[in-house]
Design a protein around this ligand. Structure first.
Ligand code: IMP
Ligand code: MG
Length: 172
């Protein structure tokens, strides 16, 4: 392999931040049941770690989307795997690994909104606000990061490095 990866957030830093996020989310949803939607594949590690720390009753469903296009041509988002269960009337929290242009999430939030959940919020481990093309309202953010390509903790570069226990910057 010829890629060079340097640590941006260590395993301990990520774990600590997720603990804080889980505390806040548990407080915000106190007395309610929370339905987590994990966006495959990148959000799997984050969803697991966050879900384990939540103190409210939790259910989990999975969805997979893929986006085509790049920053200048306008991306098209395709639903690859839909949810197993309806979300109407439920308190839904979308769990994403990273928000970049915002295209994936603005499509997803609209799609979810149309299914009439009782409430709908968005939680992301990482956010690259400088890269935003489409506006997205984010309710919970782990770390705001600069415009760098990151891997690990579920995030991939050509499907590699998802299993790294930390978040690293990759420079080919
Ligand atoms: P967007 O917000 O629609 O542009 O797309 C976000 C998606 O692009 C994420 O869900 C990731 O799959 C991918 N992505 C964006 N930035 C990175 C990165 O730095 N590392 C790995 N994947 C990324
Ligand atoms: Mg993703």
């Amino acid at each position: 392999m010829n890629e060079n990866i340097s640590v941006m957030y260590s395993e301990e830093q990520v774990a600590e931040r997720i603990r804080q996020m889980a505390e806040q989310i548990s407080r915000d949803y106190a007395g309610k049941k929370l339905h987590l939607i994990c966006i495959l594949k990148g959000s799997v590690f984050f969803t697991c770690e966050l879900a384990k720390r939540l103190t409210v009753p939790v259910t989990i469903d999975f969805m997979s989307v893929s986006s085509y296009g790049n920053g200048t041509t306008g991306g098209v988002v395709r639903l690859v795997k839909d949810l197993d269960e309806p979300i109407e009337g439920r308190h839904v929290l979308i769990i994403e690994d990273i928000i970049d242009s915002g295209r994936t999430l603005s499509y997803l939030m609209q799609n979810m909104h149309n299914r009439r959940p009782a409430s709908l919020k968005l939680c992301t481990l990482l956010d690259k606000p400088d890269r935003r093309v489409t506006e997205v309202h984010v309710d919970y953010t782990g770390f705001e990061i600069p415009d760098e390509f990151v891997v690990g903790y579920g995030l991939d570069y050509a499907q590699k490095y998802r299993n790294l226990p930390y978040i690293g910057v990759i420079r080919p």
